[in-house]
Design a binder for this molecule. Structure first.
Ligand code: SF4
Ligand code: SF4
Length: 166
């Protein structure tokens, strides 16, 4: 059972840009439909072009398959650069922009403190109000990954549109 009372006075967090959550160990940055369109706009690519260059398929719950960003050397996100960090920062996925206020991370104080061991930005720096923490957590939980079938349908629609324009 979630215990939101531990952050009634807010939670402290400022990213120290250590890059730990962008690589170094295996993981998945899932993309929702909203994320996919935001990144396609950012890179000025079609769904087909963006997914081919930057994405992979990931197994998800109930035997489903969803869209995720590729990983490169040392499990670093394909959008991460050693020189400049996230190369798509203003269009980064909701999974990234809502960190560390993910639902299960703020479930209770023990979960929060456990996660803070891996993130030097947690429990220091800017104080985020309880309302903002809850809002970010809601954004995270509502940002469902886009299923493979939906992506293939979008790519098919793009191809049809292109064929009609010719
Ligand atoms: S682990 Fe924490 S401090 Fe490091 S980059 Fe990620 S959010 Fe920032
Ligand atoms: S999209 Fe950006 S912030 Fe998110 S994991 Fe990749 S490099 Fe990091």
């Amino acid at each position: 059972m979630a215990d939101s009372s531990f952050y009634s006075g807010g939670l402290k967090f400022t990213c120290r840009q250590c890059s730990k959550c962008c690589g170094g160990s295996p993981g998945f940055v899932y993309l929702s439909r909203r994320d996919l369109f935001a990144l396609c706009d950012f890179f000025n690519l079609s769904v087909s072009g963006f997914t081919e260059k930057y994405c992979r398929w990931a197994d998800y719950y109930g035997g489903t398959t969803v869209l995720a960003l590729k990983e490169e050397k040392d499990f670093y996100c394909v959008l991460w650069s050693a020189d400049s960090g996230c190369t798509a920062y203003s269009a980064r996925p909701v999974q990234c922009s809502t960190y560390p206020f993910w639902t299960w991370m703020i479930n209770d104080k023990a979960s929060w403190d456990e996660c803070a061991r891996d993130c030097p930005g947690m429990n220091s720096g800017k104080l985020w109000s309880a309302e903002t923490v809850s809002e970010e957590s809601r954004r995270y939980s509502e940002n469902e990954p886009v299923y493979k079938e939906e992506v293939l349908e979008l790519i098919r629609a793009e191809k049809n549109e292109y064929a009609e324009c010719k």
